[in-house]
Design a binder for this molecule. Sequence first.
Ligand SMILES: [Zn+2]
Length: 417
Amino acid sequence: MPALLDPDMTEHLYYQNSFLYEFDAEVVDVPPTADSRSAVILDRTAFYPTSGGQVFDTGWICPQEAVEAKLRVIEVTETEDGQILHVLENSPSLAKGARVHGLIDVERRRDHMQQHSGQHILSAAFLRLFNMPTVSFHMGAESCSIDLDTKNLKAAQVESAETLANDVVMENRPVSIRFVTREEARGLGLRKIPPVERDQLRLIEVDDFDLTACGGTHVASTGQIGSILLRKTEKTRQGWRVEFVCGKRAVATARHDYTVLAESAGLLSSHVWDTAQQIRKVQDESRASRKEREHLMEELAESYATRLLAETAEHKGRKFIVHTFPDRDLTFIKLLGQRLTRQSAEVIAFLGVTSGQPALVFAQSPGQPFDMGALMKEILARFGGRGGGSKDMAQGGPAQIEGLETALHELAARLSG
Ligand SMILES: [Zn+2]
């Protein structure tokens, strides 16, 4: 639609043909960009600038007199007055009026066409099947997403929309571009009319399935999309977000998913489809063995307590027990402290763990006169670390253990003396 455009505006070659990967143009300007990167403006371009959810093309611009001096186009943006800025990796030796040849990165363009056309079909499928309009479209480097205006979205609905969208892909329906006036568009039943006031609308039509206004680059027939794979869905503030991938991305994603799944299945020695079931089994087993371990620890603490009480001589009606373990943990010495004070009414125990994460537990039988919390604070003041507790039971984590056992024996000697 060049005739309808401002003559100062860059001619958008991609509006007419998404498969135009090479073109000739003239440099109109070499303006400084806001972030002082190098850019050129051409009189016409096939480079798509970021807009309408679709991200920009990349490629090369070559001066016609020196084709080998390819300039890498790393980003393409559109200014408010319709100029298209080709941002270059390096500053160009191009002047106004120079003739250039543009080359689009075909792989990237094809990928974008697959994602964007796939999105139109998917959005139409959700609308047709469940009356869920698409409110926005996002094209990411790895996956794409649409936001649906709906309160609920069930897994079965996602699957139905995916099936219908892929049926439309398999039917290889023609996808066409046409231009109409805003007036003409009103009677056509468009899925979406852009809010911007423009005289002319560019329409993308998936034959007998979807008609919508869009400025993006699209496939010529739906079969070129290859496939549409829906993945994560998540509730958003406004509705539901559906993640999807199309074309070669769908294949790459499925390949990645399979690799991860196969590795997980390998670790479980199961078939890939039984992975979840196997993980559930492992979780159950782990839960059971944790319980079993806790039970055994309680039994061990019980018998340890019996043995320590039998080995310790009574002193003025009390038993002072000092014991440190190189190979236990806080949970165990807490259990031991509880068992000791439960088995005997006259015990005062100073227990410690000296390896890994050092720990201390001080415990006395109810009715004994000392203050375990205060004694713990006293010891930790010497050895560093944090801890505390009540009159009968205290725990702590000493920062250092050098001389700790001796200090515990001295403490017991002091209290018994
Ligand atoms: Zn679109």
